[in-house]
Structures are given as C-alpha cells and as structure tokens.
Design a protein. Sequence first.
Lengths: 317, 253
Amino acid sequence: MVKSGYSSLWLISATLALFFWPMLFPEAPLYYQVLGLACLYGTLSLAWNLYALSGAISLGHAAFFGLGAYGSALLDHHFQWPTFATVVIGPLASLGFGILWTVFFRRLRGVYLGLASLAAVEIPKVVIDNWDTLTYGSMGLTGLSKLPILSLAGRQADLGLDLKAQYYLLLVLVLATAVLVKLVMESRWGWALRGLRENETAAVAVGIRADRERAKALLGSAYLTGICGALYVHILGLVEPSLVFSLHVSALPLIFSIFGGRTRFYGPVLGALLLYPLEQLLFQPLFPRGHAGVYGVVIILTILFFPQGISVWKTAK
Amino acid sequence: MEDREVKICLEVRGVSKQYGKQSVLRDISFSLAEGEVLGIIGPNGAGKSTLFNIIAGWTPPARGEIFWWGENITGWPPDRRCRAGLARTFQIPQVFPEMSVLENVRMGVWFGQDRPVSASQTRDRCRLLLERVGLADKKHSRAGELSLMQQRLLELARALATEPKLLLLDEIAAGLSLKAVKELTDLILQLKEKGLTLLLTDHLLNLVMPVSDRLLALDRGVIIASGPPQALIHDPRVECAYLGTREAVGEEG
C-alpha cells in the first residue's frame, strides 16, 4: 500500500502534469481529444463508483448516460436552449429513471442487481428508438449545438472547436468531481456507504438506513452520469440510441474503476486516464479491429494480480 | 413473579412463525422489565434465534406483535429499532472487516441514534468503550484480522456505542473457551450493574446462568417453563428437553 504522504505527492504531481503537458505539445489535437475524452470517462467512472461505494455494482449506467444525452439533445433540438442549460437540465431525465431504479431494484443485491441493471438499459433505449416524432428513432439527431464559446477575463475559449480548451474544461470537470467524491467519502454519509459495502448486515445493525443511503448514492450517480452523457453528445454534435445506450458505456466505467481501484477516491480517474489513452493511442493503430479487447485482458490481469485496483496495490491472496 | 412496579420495556405478544409447513414458534408471549436480564434457553432448533430475529426486526412474525415502551414496533425495520435503543449482536460476529477496530465502534456512535454526536464526544465514547471491552490496544487493527473472541468484544462495543436501552446478545458465548466465557460473563455482569436491560440466548448454560434474573426455556417453538435460573434448570420439563438433545450441543440453535 502506498503511504499517504507519497500518495498525495503523486496526486499533486499528476495533477500538475495534466495541467502543463499541453505546453510541451502545443499542436497535438489528437492528444487533446483523447485525453479530454479520458477525463470525461474519468468523470463517468467517478459517477459510477459513487453508487459502487455502497457495494452495488451496476451494469446499466448506459441508461443514465443515454437519458442525459437525449435529455440535453432534445432540449437543444426542439427548444434551442443554451447548451450549458441543456447540459444541466437534460440529465434530470436520468434522475427520474434513477428514482424508478431505486423503487424497483430496492431489494436486489449482487449478481441479481447486475442482471436487472443490464436489462434496465433496454427500456429507455426501446422507447427512444420508437418514439420517432420526438427523437427521430434510430436515425438519431445530428447538427446538435457544440459546446459554447466561453469568455473569461477578456480571453475567449471556443470549447466546441478548440480541442485544447475542451480538454481543459473536461480536466476541470474530472478534478472537481474527484474532489467532490473525496468529500463524500470522508463524510458520515460516505462512511455509511462504506459500511453498506463492507457488511450490510452490520450496517443495518448499527442503525444505517440502507435503502435511503444507497438511493441517495444512486441518484447522485445517475445525475452525474447524465451530465457526462449530455456533454458527450455536444462534443460529438450528434446522438443516436445505439451510441449512448451501448454496453460499452456501461462497461467502461466499471473497467476503469476496477483497474484504478474502487476504494480510493482517485482510483476511477487513474483507471480512465491510463487505460483509455492506452487503448486509443497504442492499441487502436496496432489492432484496428480488436483494440477494445485490451480492456478484457486488463480486467482479467487486474482481478488476478491486484484485485483492489492499482491504487491500492495489494497482491491477490 | 416479581412485583409489577417496574416498567415494561419490551413486550412480545402471541408471536408465531412458520417456515413452510414447519412451525418454529407458537404463540410466544412474555415481557421484559427495564433493567432486567432475561435469558432464553433451549436446545438446538427450539426457536431461540428466530424469536431473537423477530424481536430485533430481521424476520417478520407470521402472527403476533412486538411492543417497545408501549409502542407497536412490529413493522419497524431493524435499523429503526437500533436507533430507538434496541441493539443486537450476532451468533457469527458481523464486523466491518476493512475498517479498524476504532472505526467499527465509531460507526455505532455515528449511526446508532438520531441525534448528532460531536467529534469530541465521539472520540471519548469510542475510547471508553474500547477500554471497557479490553480492545484499547487493538484499536488500529483491522477488524477482519481479529480472533473470534475479539470480534465478539468488538461487536459488543459497537452495539453499546449505539447507546441501547436494551441489548440483545445472540449466542455470544458460542465457540469460545471456558476462560473467554468467564471474561464475557464478568463484562456482562458489569453492564447489568450499570442498569442495562439485556436479553440473551444460549444453548449452553455457563453464561446465562450467572447473569440472568430470569430464564425462559423454549422447546420446539413453545415456552415450556420460565422463572429464576436455579429453579428453572431443575424443572423436569427443561431437563427432559435438554437430555434428549445433549448430543447435538455444539451446533448453532
């Protein structure tokens, strides 16, 4: 296990590196784009892990991602609301689905929750796929607003077209989310979630309201995931059901979190920032067809050799 | 029995339970006075654990009701009962394995009651409780690495941290050496002197005998006898229930 002094030194160095590497590479749009998306996936992983902190492993976060994506895209397409407003308000659809989730999946644990959550993605996907008049069905929506131009202290940053500015936006987002998760984990609520994760029987026996605390974690997780989905479609400028409700979207935050370590607040971010660029920059050019297979290999190796993730670095028993 | 000046804190009224066609408890009724220590004894399969789980809220009764200071709590979930002052321990200790001993106890202080506890109060209470159960020098150990006896003590400290009015101890002596049982007995006697109300189950008698004010003997889901410990164990019905099942002693009831 890393000593906490070294650990915070590493974290500060890594954060500084993330802020300053673009100065060494002033013209590297591919790197900006890949690392920007890695930050977005880092945020998504943190959101997923917020629910996992309570011991619940979801295989269905694509539902929240997709609903946030469509919520924002439809407000943009039908009402032309400003993008920052749609990104904040659109994910309320994810929150609504989260409320249904907490009601119907209240008593499910472990594998049963996993299977139910996997199936849950199909509900919003099928609805959106078939509600042609509202969503244009499987054709999806194109020409969505890109992220807006931000004016700050007399300087302008085009978050939609300037990939470097976009990278910084997503970097700030992931760091802010990580700080938020750290605060949650250190709060009494965070300890309640940890209690539920380590031993739900004991948690209930000391008076923790299991359903309520877990539901709060899920709703926070759902909304944050929805925001990631909303940002994602405005970065791409398009949305379609098969893109945002895919198994890929559910699996990635799980892979990044398990690889990075679920019990450290920075674990999921570490996973996303290491694995996503590795897959995109190294494996995609090498294996254009099967590059995502690296995730499968990585997750098997992680579970075999450091089951608590690389941020904990304990070897398997 | 005793005079009725005392206040009744827990009342069990006509509780029955079946699992499938198997009747586990039949029409159980008794009450518990504030400050009283009641032991529930009986051979394996007598229904002690089921009764216990019904009182603590982990199993719903098929019929019957549970009253807590006159209020019907039959439908309350276990966490709510804990916050209302009804704490329990388990036959197989349930600790938070990755947390330290201190952190385990702190969970009880933080979540065991509705009113908030300040940081300094929390520290003091944890220290006091760890000293009382004799785990003060282990406070930074991981709970999952403790021995069975230490986990029992930790669970006891954590249950006490919720500031219970009634503590339910389920087979707390199971699987322990005689020496450990003696230590636990002394500890429980200390709690009793402080006025804590206790409900214990045990299928062996070496712990319940010295600490209980009153015993309730259960066999095949019915109360076969109740009364002061010395009188009860010489009751022929109790002897009969026990002698028939002696060989099974050592398994969980």
